[in-house]
Design a protein around this ligand. Structure first.
Ligand SMILES: Nc1ncnc2c1ncn2[C@@H]1O[C@H](COP(=O)(O)OP(=O)(O)OP(=O)(O)O)[C@@H](O)[C@H]1O
Ligand SMILES: [Mg+2]
Length: 308
């Protein structure tokens, strides 16, 4: 759906984006994460055909963003980080205006507007002046506008910025709903925690460079070794810890009584040899469970805490 190759952008002296490469597959919710000034908006504006790259290329649904911007705009909805609403238009008029500017025929427009208002829960505000909406309501209006031409791909630049906790949850629900409808979503944020339970794949940028990208599960698997939860008896717990710590490459620590966690580098199957060592050492293994590493722990390790 999105293919970015060797993308760079230099403003005067500043190299805002350096040789960035990533792919987003259809149906993904891709989190584009990085601290202030990392180059997220710059990359996004290039994808949205609003800014020319200094080098490299980007394709959306196979269309080159520089050579075929019109084709790209048809399949993509872009929500900028800052935008102005026309304050004197009512919500419904505002959406109708954008529907018209996307070339949606008059007879289909009312339905298109109704659909996006329902989706973004704007129905009760349809006669409100755009200029009289709160920040969260405006955010929803902007999202509705972004959806008006039923794009396959949504590119959202920090859509949760400035929203209260409830509105953030609602936004997440809405994005999930859009993903269920088959849309692909690229969403930027400087806060990983906000996206960690939403995204299916991520790209982490820092100072114009992409530190890593790919499906969440792959990244987690690549960057953190297998992790297991072990349950044993109180009598053999200390012994279990001792045995595990004696294995090369194994890290282990106690949890509450009679339980511990351990991790290691390499293939998951290697756990069999550790279980054998435990049994030989007289440890009574009552339970063993594979744990999923979470994205956040992995990222904190990779970015040394700079991305938060
Ligand atoms: N129009 C511009 N002219 C000159 N430099 C710019 C321009 N826009 C951005 N930059 C610079 O490019 C770098 C990347 O900025 P960008 O807005 O892409 O970052 P960002 O990741 O979106 O940050 P934020 O989280 O603050 O939105 C920064 O150093 C910024 O100062
Ligand atoms: Mg930005």
């Amino acid at each position: 759906m999105i293919e970015v190759r060797g993308l760079s952008k230099t403003y005067d002296e500043i190299e805002a984006v350096r040789n960035i490469e990533f792919n987003v597959e259809a149906g993904e919710i891709f989190g584009f994460i990085g601290p202030n000034g990392a180059g997220k908006t710059t990359t996004i504006r290039i994808l949205a055909t609003l800014l020319l790259p200094s080098a490299g290329s980007a394709r959306i649904c196979g269309h080159d963003v520089v050579k075929s911007p019109e084709e790209v705009r048809k399949v993509m909805g872009y929500m900028p980080d800052h935008w102005g609403v026309y304050p004197d238009l009512r919500v419904r008029e505002y959406l109708d205006f954008f529907a018209a500017s996307y070339g949606i025929p008059r007879r289909e427009r009312a339905r298109a507007v109704g659909d996006v208002m329902e989706l973004t829960d704007l129905g009760e505000l349809s006669n409100r002046l755009a200029g009289a909406l709160s920040k969260g309501m405006r955010q929803r209006l902007c999202l509705a506008k972004t959806l008006i031409h039923d794009p396959q791909l949504l590119i959202l630049d920090e859509p949760a910025d400035g929203l209260d906790p409830r509105a953030r949850i609602e936004l997440r629900e809405l994005l999930r709903e859009l993903a269920r409808m088959g849309k692909t979503v690229l969403i930027s944020s400087h806060i990983l925690t906000e996206l960690s339970d939403l995204v299916t794949s991520v790209g982490i940028v820092e100072q114009g460079e992409l530190l890593m990208s790919g499906p969440v599960e792959e990244i987690v698997a690549r960057l953190s070794g297998p992790r297991f939860h072990l349950r044993t008896t109180a009598a053999t717990l200390g012994r279990a810890l001792e045995i595990l710590l004696a294995q090369p490459g194994v890290e282990a620590h106690l949890l509450e009584s009679e339980e511990l966690e351990f991790s290691f580098h390499g293939q998951e199957e290697a756990v069999a040899s550790y279980v054998r060592a435990l049994a030989v050492g007289g440890v009574e293994v009552l339970g063993l469970e594979r744990l999923r590493a979470d994205l956040e722990t992995v990222f904190m390790a990779v970015t040394r805490g700079r991305v938060q």
